[in-house]
Write a protein that binds this ligand. Structure first.
Ligand code: SF4
Ligand code: SF4
Length: 215
């Protein structure tokens, strides 16, 4: 019986054995012709389908698989953690009760919350400010898991955090409540503090669509 070392040696030798190419394979011309054939087929098929789509034909047949980013966004799996958002109550105030669980559990220490009193006696606290530094975030999702109020989610389907500065990767509470309202390269309002009545006056954007419905 061969030892484990000999078995490994045989496997390594087998892996390095290269099949001898035939004369037909060594001239490479058939492989080149095959590659040109496949590329051309895709080109003509896509060209035909794009023209047909313009004419309203064959709409159910997808053309090229290229996603025209950023005009088109690929709908990603609902399991993918994308940019954070804070969920809201019906009156536009955050569901967050400033319990600090997410800030405590965050391994990157990139959540910053300032708690304040809520005018509704049934709600103990509300965040006056809530900031996340995406430049430090590791997208672990612990903040979402730890939240007892379903107040923070990572389901915006937004994964673009490109910015010209580290400040561009900062999410202030306005952006967290209404993802996508801040324009690219617009500076964040770091640690901006809002009252519940100011929360209600913020422009309200709808929550992100469920995955698979487009954006
Ligand atoms: S995803 Fe992880 S690193 Fe990012 S804010 Fe949440 S807990 Fe912190
Ligand atoms: S864990 Fe939830 S409720 Fe608590 S501070 Fe974070 S977002 Fe708010």
């Amino acid at each position: 019986m061969s030892t484990l070392g000999e078995q490994l040696l045989h496997r390594i030798r087998d892996a390095h054995k290269r099949r001898t190419l035939t004369w037909w394979e060594r001239i490479y011309l058939p492989a080149i012709a095959q590659g040109l054939w496949i590329t051309s087929m895709h080109f003509w098929r896509n060209l035909f389908l794009h023209i047909a789509h313009r004419l309203g034909l064959f709409r159910d047949q997808p053309a090229s698989v290229t996603i025209q980013y950023p005009d088109q966004r690929r709908i990603t799996s609902p399991r993918l953690r994308t940019r954070h958002r804070l969920t809201k109550r019906e009156d536009g105030t955050p569901r967050c009760v400033a319990c600090m669980m997410c800030e405590t559990v965050c391994p990157a220490r990139c959540i910053y919350i300032v708690a304040g009193e809520h005018p509704d006696p049934n709600v103990e606290k509300v965040p006056k400010s809530f900031d996340i530094d995406l430049g430090k975030c590791v997208y672990c999702g612990y903040c979402v898991e730890a939240c007892p109020e379903d107040a923070i989610r990572m389901d915006t389907q937004r994964h673009d955090i490109a910015a010209y500065s580290r400040d561009g990767m900062w999410l202030d509470i306005k952006e967290l409540l209404n993802p996508g309202t801040r324009q690219f390269n617009e500076p964040p309002e770091k640690f901006v503090q809002l009252t519940p009545s100011e929360f209600r006056q913020l422009p309200q954007t709808p929550p992100p669509p469920p995955p698979g419905t487009g954006r």
